[in-house]
Design a protein around this ligand. Sequence first.
Ligand code: CP
Length: 402
Amino acid sequence: MRSLIDISDLSVRELDELIATADDIIANPDKYAESCKRKKLATLFFEPSTRTRLSFEAAMLELGGSVIGFSEANSSSAAKGESVADTAKVISFYADIIAMRHPKEGAPYVASKAATVPVINAGDGGHCHPTQTLTDLLTIHREQGRFDNLTVGFCGDLKYGRTVHSLITALSRYEGMKFVLISPEELKLPSYIKKDVVKKKGIEYVQTTDIEDCIGDLDILYMTRIQGERFSSRDEFLRLRDRYILTPEKMVSAKPDMAVLHPLPRVNEISVRLDDDPRACYLRQALNGKYIRKALILKLLAEAEEEKKNGKPRIHNEEHCCDEHTGCIMGNGFGSRIGEEICRETPGEKLVNVIKCDNPACITSTEQELDDIFRLADPEQHLYRCVYCEKKAFYDKDAEQK
Ligand code: CP
């Protein structure tokens, strides 16, 4: 069953198709008003959300379907200790598609393995938020009309900002991209993303702590909130939170068509005085979230229907394996679990219950029944990654056997 766990699960062609569908939905909403008649979406939100949950629900309702679900863990049987897998199995009896947000990294992946309907990751801890990335891509495309040859600035919390990580991964697949990474030293982009994605794809990038120096070069400025909830030290958070505040004064040196994006919610990193500037796209971006989620629901339900009819999973075609489908282990060495399941080319050497993931945010830290599974990412370095949260682990099998 096709799910969406990581943005890399979608090929470039599929991204383009989703954007084209969203554009068509925007232009012809009535055409889609009954597309999901008699279908149900379950929104399982174990963590707070405004945009993601309600735009999913609005999307399904506008497609003629209906919605069930919960908006906090305490109103579900998770509060009584029910596992993510059991929840997903049961909800599959009640709904045709699931959107799940969970504080533990890898929880939607666990759900996708257990469910018999498609599962969409609506954000898992600091790990992935693929439908935000789809929203960002649709907004960039609608504002700038292209994905290639853009200079994109990412500003703020580049360490914990999962939307930044996913958007960099997605944009790295297009030609002529240039990234400007603007953050305090303490919140720099994690080195594995620089190494495994940006450098691997040969993308030109610069790192800076100063937004004024580079704002005039940018086609897109992607602002982010300093993620207070992911800091272990409150003092450190308070010290960094006011570092970048975008104001109309700072926008004076920006290009006349630079687009300012922000996944929202904002705290104070974009002044409300900027909201009337035509370059401020973040509210249009939130609206785009509904359209791209409509396109995604249509795609995954159509694929599930096809699978039911044919009695077998949809197999990735040549296009997905393995250069195009970067989520495949043959592509970038981390990412897609869908690739792992159905990409026939994937070697997929794994360690099962040999080592444990030491990431306290990993779903394996709370769900003891899960197997500890690591997938070989780099044989030369003996580097493995947890299949749930992608945390690195080094393990030399030969040295252990001696
Ligand atoms: N951008 C985003 O994920 O917003 P919510 O947390 O409100 O869903």
